[in-house]
Design a protein around this ligand. Sequence first.
Ligand SMILES: [Zn+2]
Length: 113
Amino acid sequence: MAQQPMYPPINPPPYPVEPYSPGFKGEPDIPAPEPHDVTFGEEPMCVRCPHCNLTVESSISPETGKVTWLSSIGCFILGGIICFWIPFCWKCTRDVKHTCPRCGRELGFYRRC
Ligand SMILES: [Zn+2]
């Protein structure tokens, strides 16, 4: 009488298996972070506006900040009243304000110091 071959028990795969979700449409639905969870930078960012509750790419606008004033004082000392205004035109010395393009409300700030 031939002995039956011993099959190894079926083990679960060593990697985690993603559970099937019926609402999956081909792209992962990653929710955009809330403005208080993100650190704003110099470039527009994708965030969820808490006012209109939509995921938007923030609009940026330069704002006069501490670095702008300190640079203008430095320029005034070095170059006098003629150079005083230069840092106010330089994007690299100004803070960046992020606003919602839909409702226009403020989402956050990028401050240089
Ligand atoms: Zn909004």
